[in-house]
Design a protein around this ligand. Structure first.
Ligand code: ZN
Length: 306
């Protein structure tokens, strides 16, 4: 005889009655959108796309959606409604903790992409796994969570909205590194830096550390999506050579000789990594043409200075 209410410890999670599937959060609900459709999430929604490099190529974490969910049985990414008091990035991470057992210290947020509707939006948070992490089913929304080879993803029946976003998302599974020409960026604004070049470079370094978290606008970088969270390599020269790397996400390289030569060498080394997308912050045109040989483009100093 089967019980009227399945035992959560024994039943398949998809068999659970709705009130046992998850706790209700403030943003849970449907929005009747100006586009004519209904969307889940009164304050919008967000999901987490995690990728990693393996010996055989790259993989992403996909979620096989439980039958009772919208488009049940398809594959997508962990995600859900925002609560209204959290950022989209925080919400995407929270959903992945709840649905996939995400260990947040195992990933670094690299970028995000925002799908904007008249009355709703969906943010895909793109993160790289930087430590070993095996996703697992931790609530009733999934049949399964798994690392899937990028080359095989198209063979899965995908959630329609995820399938529509995937071509662009595939181009976003990379790590942005911005090499900063410290002398050029510090010198791009006449704020008295020449009286204390070392101090001005320390201020630049600390400002860059803030940008690691807040990110740069994708359109300023000519990259897809909405925002990219860079890692920086700050190349110093002259009196600024003694500036230390005291900020997470900012590596400081002190040029032995000319700053430009050091920047060209750093760029050439990073360009060999296919997971890295490179930008060089400088207004120096000659340097720009030298780093272009390695495929790196320049961005305006204004994007990275305080
Ligand atoms: Zn809509």
């Amino acid at each position: 005889m089967s019980p009227a209410v399945p035992d959560p410890a024994r039943a398949g999670r998809a068999d659970l009655p709705p009130d046992l599937r998850r706790r209700r959060l403030p943003g849970d609900g449907w929005v009747q959108c100006g586009c004519g459709q209904k969307h889940w999430g009164l304050y919008g929604a967000a999901g987490l796309l995690v990728w990693r490099r393996t010996d055989g190529g790259r993989q992403m974490v996909l979620q096989h959606r439980a039958d009772w969910t919208h488009h049940g049985g398809t594959w997508g990414i962990p995600g859900g409604a925002l609560t209204g008091t959290e950022s989209a990035v925080a919400g995407g991470l929270r959903e992945a903790v709840e649905e996939a057992g995400l260990v947040t210290s195992a990933v670094r947020v690299r970028a995000d992409r925002v799908l904007t509707h008249p009355d709703w939006s969906y943010t895909t948070v793109v993160a790289e796994a930087v430590a070993a992490w095996q996703p697992s089913v931790t609530d009733a929304e999934s049949h399964e969570l798994a690392w899937i080879d990028l080359a095989a993803v198209d063979r899965y029946p995908l959630l329609p909205a995820f399938a529509a976003a995937l071509p662009e998302l595939r181009t976003m599974l990379r790590r942005l590194v911005v090499v900063v020409d410290a002398a050029n960026v510090v010198g791009s604004r006449p704020d008295g830096w020449w009286q204390d070049r070392h101090g001005a470079t320390v201020r630049l370094r600390d400002h860059l550390a803030g940008l690691v978290g807040s990110g740069l606008a994708a359109e300023d970088l000519d990259l897809p999506g909405a925002t990219w969270c860079p890692e920086f390599v700050l190349v110093t020269e002259g009196r600024a050579r003694t500036v230390e790397a005291a900020a997470p996400g900012v590596r400081v390289v002190a040029a032995e000789g000319a700053g430009d030569d050091a920047i060209v060498a750093v760029v050439a080394g990073l360009a060999a990594d296919p997971d890295i997308v490179l930008r060089v912050a400088t207004a120096d045109r000659e340097l720009g043409s030298r780093v272009a040989v390695s495929g790196a483009r320049t961005i305006s100093p204004r994007l990275v200075r305080h």
